[in-house]
Design a protein around this ligand. Structure first.
Ligand SMILES: Cc1ncc(COP(=O)(O)O)c(C=O)c1O
Length: 389
């Protein structure tokens, strides 16, 4: 990220720039000096720490959330034609992971207020072929998990939670990722916990955890990574055709220290979120809806909606002006059916998912990172006000 700055004006505020402290730098240095760069003791420690943080029985660290989703779906042994219901308001990888297993993704529109998958729409989409519900806790706001769990029980469906935005998220005192069969996390550079690239599967199913671990390293028998350790050479056996999805110690070295600061950083995110809410309340835009009772939002994305009729300029014009003012923004996301591949492959039309379409065409994510100084935050506030007033 810092390297990219060379091509940018000096005061450009990079969207989602990660906060990397000396602890992470020293830990990576330690890995480099030890020569143990690949999967090893630091990955094990990161998995154990994450297990404690999430209060879950099993964790498997992998090299992305996409891998975590793919392997969780693989562990369900889906057959061609089996259907997995997910949201149109997500990153493409949620849908691609389903496609890569041979199953068919089915979209259920969002609730326009929470921007999360609407449980009623899930029910409408259930068929004899439905095997799994894959909710995404969008922006860090928990989905309606009581309703989703009830639907899954009634219809005997698996649940895989896409928690890419939801490391700190809680719903009725329970942590995101622990409601269904698997929770999948992302540690990509812009996420609330960063390892560069990285991901994690969490589950209470021992057999599935072992299988996912095996699939993440070519399908080789358990603890194959130890074969070069001082325990003496151990033969491994390939038990099924797996993937190369394992996390490296260099990545875990960063994650271990990021996890230690996660709640402190969450407080700073909350502070910025509330400051934006207070300062933008009079502007002709839609702010994130108030939090639902008895939930904890991860404050991953602060999204505003720019409706041209109300705001006097289009979303894309707003993005361009913010950029020219030196402030990086994001779009999370154009709804999935806006993309040509899915239109061609599944015949999806954006208009068939009107709430996701509207959000996707109006949404802007503003900088929200513990790395932002008070001066940075003030600059964002003043710039947004100047453009919209
Ligand atoms: C909702 C969602 N799901 C999945 C992913 C994929 O995560 P990764 O980049 O770690 O594969 C992302 C990443 O941005 C995401 O936002």
């Amino acid at each position: 990220m810092e390297g990219q700055k060379n091509n940018l004006r000096d005061d450009f505020l990079i969207f989602g720039s990660p906060q990397i402290n000396d602890d992470e730098i020293n830990e990576v240095f330690d890995s480099l000096k030890s020569g143990w760069l690949g999967t090893g003791p630091k990955v094990k420690k990161f998995e154990d720490d994450f297990k404690r943080y999430k209060n879950i029985k099993h964790t498997v660290a992998v090299n992305s959330c996409t891998a975590a989703l793919h392997l969780s779906l693989k562990a369900l042994d889906l057959n061609e034609g089996d259907e997995v219901i997910t949201t149109p308001m997500t990153f493409c990888s949620t849908v691609n992971a389903i496609i890569h297993t041979g199953a068919t993704p089915v979209l259920a529109d969002i609730d326009p207020i929470t921007m999360n998958i609407d449980p009623k729409k899930i029910e409408e989409k259930i068929t004899k072929k439905t095997k799994c519900i894959l909710p995404v806790h969008f922006a860090g706001r928990s989905c309606e998990m009581n309703e989703i769990v009830q639907i899954s029980k009634k219809n005997e469906l698996y649940i895989i939670e896409d928690c890419a935005h939801a490391i700190e998220t809680e719903y009725h005192g329970k942590k995101a990722g622990t409601f269904g069969d698997f929770g999948c996390f992302s540690f990509y550079v812009t996420k609330n916990l960063v390892t560069g690239e990285g991901g994690m599967v969490i589950t209470n199913h021992k057999e599935s955890a072992n299988r996912i671990k095996r699939l993440a390293l070519h399908g080789m028998s358990k603890d194959a990574w130890k074969r070069f350790s001082d325990e003496g050479y151990q033969h491994y056996y390939v038990e099924e055709a797996g993937y190369k999805y394992n996390m490296m110690d260099i990545q875990a070295a960063i994650g271990i220290h990021q996890l230690k600061r996660i709640e402190k950083n969450w407080s700073r995110r909350q502070e910025i979120w509330n400051y934006y809410n207070d300062n933008f309340s009079e502007l002709p835009i839609t702010l994130p809806s108030p939090l639902e009772k008895n939930t904890k939002h991860a404050y991953h994305l602060y999204t505003i909606l720019i409706d041209e009729n109300k705001s006097g300029l289009s979303r894309d014009e707003f993005l361009t002006i913010m950029n020219s003012e030196g402030i990086g923004t994001g779009v999370h996301y154009l709804s999935i059916p806006e993309h040509p591949y899915y239109q061609k492959q599944f015949g999806w039309k954006a208009e068939d998912y009107p709430h996701a379409m509207k959000v996707g065409r109006e949404t802007v994510s503003l900088p929200l990172s513990p790395k932002l100084s008070s001066i940075d935050v003030e600059r964002v506030v003043e710039t947004v006000k100047k453009i919209l007033n």
